[in-house]
Write a protein that binds this ligand. Structure first.
Ligand code: DC
Length: 229
């Protein structure tokens, strides 16, 4: 099956997608990591100034950007590679988070990423999370989940995650970053974040990761049952 999980920033998509993929022995692909890798490449080349991407430079350099994933058995997670370099940690930094939404509004960047995402899904057996997976990348996905959670709870989760990594940031900065990304992701012209008509909405504000996994496994089981009959 192809399982598409879309939703707002920091609402737990990747936690649920990863654990679901692990139980089902599926491949897990974090499509946001791809946009983050392009953003990192642009930042390193000084193609983003004061939050505004220099679009001609990014388009000129797009063909040089190669993104791949490699599953690390020990860490039980995919590592993102940018032109052969492990950038898994670097793409999670705040500077990348602050600039990724504007970069991901560029239609040509999206086109390239969608080609790559579809290639990764060619053999099915995949859980992919992002913003447009059920609407654009895999409109015929077997299961589409649209995740949401209370903005304050999302900010608290993100704050905890960042401070645990030793990143110094205030709650206010986290709130602002989430709100800004939500706005850009929902209002961009190409492939804005929206619920696919046939997606199941899932609010996980008050659920533990295990409860979320159980919920998703129930959905998988019922859809698999429908496929068999
Ligand atoms: O899931 P994330 O927060 O790591 O995603 C980073 C950014 O990438 C997000 O703000 C919007 C963009 N994105 C996108 O436009 N489409 C996707 N399928 C995934 C992410």
């Amino acid at each position: 099956m192809i399982i598409a999980i879309d939703g707002f920033s920091s609402c737990g998509k990747s936690t649920m997608a990863k654990s679901l993929a692990r139980v089902l022995r599926y491949m897990y692909i974090d499509s946001g990591a791809m946009y983050r890798a392009v953003t990192l490449y642009a930042l390193r080349n000084n193609w983003i100034k004061n939050g505004s991407p220099d679009i001609p430079s990014i388009l000129g350099g797009l063909h040089k950007i190669s993104i791949s994933f490699d599953y690390n058995q020990g860490e039980e997670r995919n590592i993102t590679y940018l032109c052969g370099e492990n950038v898994e940690e670097e793409i999670r930094r705040l500077e990348v988070s602050e600039n990724v939404s504007p970069v991901s509004t560029i239609p040509e960047v999206r086109q390239e990423m969608v080609v790559l995402q579809r290639k990764l899904g060619e053999n099915k057996g995949i859980v992919m999370d992002g913003r447009d997976i059920g609407t654009v990348v895999f409109p015929h996905a077997d299961i589409k989940i649209f995740m949401t959670a209370d903005p304050e709870i999302r900010a608290q989760r993100r704050f905890k995650e960042l401070t645990e990594k030793g990143i110094k940031i205030s709650m206010e900065e986290v709130r602002e970053n989430i709100a800004r990304r939500d706005f850009i992701d929902q209002h961009r012209e190409v492939s804005p974040l929206k619920k696919a008509d046939d997606a199941i909405v899932f609010d996980n504000s008050f659920l533990t990761p295990q409860q979320q996994l159980n919920w998703a496994l129930d959905i998988v089981e019922s859809i698999a049952g429908l496929h068999e009959n």
